[in-house]
Design a protein around this ligand. Structure first.
Ligand SMILES: [Zn+2]
Length: 290
């Protein structure tokens, strides 16, 4: 029984690696730079897996800068996606999800030191508030960036985009709720930060399907970021999350070797496990989809 399970797991891993290899070649043939996705940097310990320590993050950014990596802006990234302009090998898009207030202390100053830019995807209903939208992974609730901090760091070259209005799992919602989550968030960003802030959305939990992509396009987004897998559409772009175990100088999302392929597979599985978080939130709300 265990032997059968192990064999099945091994076959699954090999098949998945093959799929990831094909996706990687698809991505490079489309000349789209790789995208890294961090969540929280430093701050209180959590029960989840998305917190990366401040020292690991600083080491990774300095190492990438030393190795010649360069971050692209969302506008540059969109050019690669829409006009098939070839990306140079050392380019990548750096992103943060959820917009925690601690980024301004733990991550952004490091980026300023090495000359990197980044896009932070904000949960717009929760700007300046605590993360009551999430399962309680930490002892105390965590604060989000407020508009003052966002505008200050925007003035220093960082970019901000949408992570929807309330971080709901879009694929579980009816059309009108999806349209509201996407549209309301985009309008808030446009009103606060101007037209460039309405370009991109990162779907919470990376959860997307063709219906979500269609509604994101209808809401006015040019770029939509999902999980580790891309579909070839500009509204279904791939990102590789950086989890707590990804402590090497080059995060697995930027590695071209077998370690990178295996690491992306693990990230893909971990990302799929995030459905557990959505179920806990659903149970907390008494079964209603939040
Ligand atoms: Zn998120």
């Amino acid at each position: 029984m265990i032997g059968g399970l192990a064999t099945f797991t091994l076959i699954h891993v090999v098949l998945s690696l093959g799929r990831i290899g094909r996706r990687a070649s698809l991505r490079s043939s489309l000349t789209i730079p790789p995208v890294l996705c961090y969540h929280r940097i430093g701050g209180p310990l959590e029960l989840g897996v998305t917190r990366v320590t401040r020292s690991v993050f600083a080491r990774q950014m300095h190492a990438l800068a030393r190795a010649g990596w360069r971050t692209v802006t969302l506008r540059e990234f969109a050019t690669h996606v829409q006009r098939r302009v070839p990306a140079s090998p050392g380019e990548f898009l750096l992103s943060f999800d959820d917009g925690y207030a601690s980024l301004a202390d733990t991550a952004y100053p490091v980026l300023a030191d090495v000359g990197f830019t980044a896009t932070t995807f904000l949960v717009t209903d929760f700007v300046g508030r605590t993360n009551t939208w999430d399962v309680r992974y930490t002892w105390r609730r965590l604060p989000h960036l407020d508009w003052d901090a966002i505008e200050r760091w925007r003035g220093r070259g960082l970019e901000f985009a949408s992570h929807t209005a309330s971080h709901a799992r879009l694929t579980w919602l009816p059309d009108e709720r999806i349209a509201d989550e996407l549209g309301r968030s985009r309008q808030t960003l446009l009103g606060r930060l101007g037209p460039d802030a309405g370009r991109a959305v990162a779907y919470p939990f990376g959860a997307r399907d063709e219906r979500v992509e269609r509604l994101a396009r209808a809401a006015g987004y040019e770029l939509g970021f999902g999980g580790v897998r891309a579909s070839g559409s500009a509204l279904a772009l791939a990102r590789v999350p950086v989890y707590m175990w990804d402590v090497g100088e080059t995060p697995v999302g930027l590695r071209r070797d077998a370690t990178g392929a295996l690491g992306r597979l693990v990230a893909s599985v971990a990302n799929r496990c995030a459905v557990g978080t959505s179920w806990m939130l659903k149970l907390r709300s008494g079964g209603a989809v939040v």
